[in-house]
Design a protein around this ligand. Sequence first.
Ligand code: GLN
Length: 379
Amino acid sequence: GYVSPYSSFVTKKILDAGAIIVGRTNMDEFAMGSSTENSAFFTTRNPKGRDRIPGGSSGGSAAAVSAHHASASLGSDTGGSIRQPAAFTGVVGLKPTYGLVSRNGLTAFGSSLDQIGPLTKSVTDAALMLSIIAGKDENDSTSIAIPSTDYTKALTGDIKGMRLGLPKEYFVKGLNDEVKTRIIEVTKAYEKLGAVITEISLPHTEYGVAVYYVIATAEASSNLARFDGVRYGRRAKDAKQLSDVYNRSRTEGFGDEVKRRILLGTYVLSSGYYDAYYMKALKVRTLIKQDFDNAFKQVDAIITPTTPTTAFKAGEKTANPIEMYLSDIYTITVNLAGVPGISVPCGTDIAGLPIGFQLIGKHFDEAAILRLAHAYETR
Ligand code: GLN
């Protein structure tokens, strides 16, 4: 029920551009989740299959666009939370390069990973939204000064000679056959449009999920320390002394998944384990980033599935956090490297559930992935 006393940078930009905001959307608590089942309110259903979840954490934002309640919405993406729900609900979802969009006014989860981005019905709308929300903000020290860009200019339809990399590490056990077949069809469509597909390697992919859950939880445990019942958020009623205010406000206020992550994050940052877990994860993060740097010496963009499966059933993964975490296996390394990624709808499985593919670009080369995405969409 918290109502922010000020508008975020992106909200201001959107209002200034003349858009009408019709409402707030449901999401996983503190953006921690892959199914919107960690919401403090209720589980949002997938408009394309009502027994399914819409993905998460920005599940409400994706469902609102998928169900035609809004032309566009915003989500935040720390490990896949724009792209994964976009894929599950059949809409376009773009995670910009880290630093392109200001995080001022966004509740921090993993500050070195979080980015705000649009969920839309078309690539053109994603380009329009990005043109509005991107830009330098004095109130976010990680926001980068780049000249204001009209990304719709990148949508030329001409992708002849563009080089697309297909990472071999993404086509392994756990990838659903129907999703795999569809992604191969997409690469064929790209070849027809004049792009050149080559196999590439991102050798540290297998460490992505583990590294993410060390770094993201470490940052979350630090970020969430501010919710002490004194300065921010909910305060426990009738607490008798200061330690009680802290203890009870946090015990009553945070949900189970959030508590799990605070515990894990505090553990990996504690003095005896800092080097073994947190430092190690930072080093592997650098290797993951180098994988992308090396790949981008050969190709202009990388093409992958967005998710290993289509939308799963509500309740299917709630008892098994690791299974839930694995639904972001194809999106997480993109945040660790800070590069941009977009999920584009590419048909459905036999049950009619949407499938999405992901295009990953070089730092600040949103133009390339938008051009490629648009060329496929309008082929
Ligand atoms: N599902 C991932 C997590 O639970 C990613 C969430 C996100 O991108 N906000 O952390």
